[in-house]
Design a protein around this ligand. Structure first.
Ligand code: ATP
Length: 328
């Protein structure tokens, strides 16, 4: 029941994403606003097992809404995957008098929360924080918008040099299992081809497309490659393959790497995180649990964690079509 929850914990888990701080701030301030105690847990489930807790009040989250990363740090914790690890975590939470928690993270973090709830009946709510935008049930995850803007900015800069030297650039972006970053940033930056894990266009089609591009008078080209692209070749092997089969091109590779996770969150991510934090705390106080706060058609929704972790969000077929048309 609502009145039974007096102290709520918040933590970030898995890969960090820009906007996590805005979500922490929102959870902490909503607790303060509603007269509840709030505790930050450092380093995700690892800190939970070790009792690495810090009481947080409205002032402890001053000046963080604009900062990338997470002030509570994030971690991956093998021990929490075991029943023994979760038992230790439960003991620590009881010792601290914590009644419920909000986990900000991705699929793995939600699976951990669900397992924990099943074993101890502990109220948990998830907030999707990952740059990959791969969580089922939410059109956006916190950090995705910032990441695609960072990628677009980087591609714009690379394009300047690509067009000055008539070069072909392969740009690798994050996305081992899903191509949302590649597809959205690729369309946004006007890439000639976008290679994503969801589609195997094949090397032949890539060559054909590059030949067409050259024949149509384009002097430089940008190809975006998601890490998990299924053509069977990584970005450096793609470069070698194209150099071998299309020697007309002067090919370069750029791997964007961890810069995609960093930076100040966009306004979109800050607002989304602020809204989700409020909803997470209010939901716990209404006696809800095992849910993720998501957003669909601009409205916040509550999605069973069980649904959210079932699969990755499917790629947007309409956007693939738009991309195909734009590369004409
Ligand atoms: P990202 O999208 O950045 O990968 P994530 O939340 O999916 O974020 P994971 O590394 O998969 O990141 O999971 C984070 C943590 O959640 C793990 O280190 C582990 O502590 C916990 N976790 C993951 N899966 C389970 C599980 N099946 N049971 C218990 N805990 C789990």
């Amino acid at each position: 029941m609502a009145s039974e929850i007096k102290k709520i914990a918040v933590f970030t888990s898995g890969g960090d994403s820009p906007g996590m701080n805005a979500a922490i701030r929102s959870v902490v301030r909503t607790c303060a606003y509603l007269g509840k105690e709030c505790v930050g847990i450092y380093r995700g489930y690892q800190g939970m097992i070790e009792g690495d807790f810090k009481p947080m009040d409205a002032r402890s989250v001053n000046n963080i809404i604009n900062k990338g990363g997470t002030i509570l740090k994030s971690a991956r914790c093998e021990e929490f995957r075991t029943a023994e690890g979760r038992k230790k975590a439960h003991e620590q939470l009881l010792k601290e008098g914590i009644d419920a928690f909000v986990v900000i993270g991705g699929n793995g973090s939600f699976t951990g929360a669900l397992n924990f709830n099943r074993e101890y009946g502990f109220p948990v709510i998830g907030i999707p924080g990952t740059i990959d935008n791969d969580i089922l049930g939410s059109s956006y995850t916190i950090g995705f918008d910032t990441a695609i803007n960072t990628v677009v900015d980087a591609i714009d800069k690379i394009r300047d040099t690509a067009s000055s030297h008539n070069r072909l650039f392969f740009i690798e972006v994050m996305g081992r299992d899903v191509g949302h970053i590649a597809l959205n940033a690729g369309v946004g930056a006007g890439a000639e081809e976008i290679l994503i894990p969801e589609q195997n266009l094949g090397l032949e089609r890539l060559l054909e497309s590059l030949k067409r591009s050259k024949a149509s008078g384009k002097s430089s080209s940008i190809v975006i490659v998601a890490e998990g692209d299924k053509t069977g070749k990584n970005v450096f092997q793609l470069k070698e393959y194209v150099e071998e089969h299309l020697p007309i091109y002067d090919v370069r590779v750029s791997v964007l790497g961890h810069m995609q996770r960093g930076g100040n969150p966009t306004c979109f991510d800050r607002v989304l995180a602020s809204r989700m934090g409020v909803k997470a705390v209010e939901s716990l106080l209404e006696g809800k649990s095992n849910l993720m706060v998501g957003v669909r058609d601009t409205k916040l929704v509550l999605v069973p964690l069980e649904e959210a972790i079932k699969a990755h969000t499917e790629i947007d077929e309409e956007l693939i079509r738009v991309s195909d048309i734009m590369t004409t």
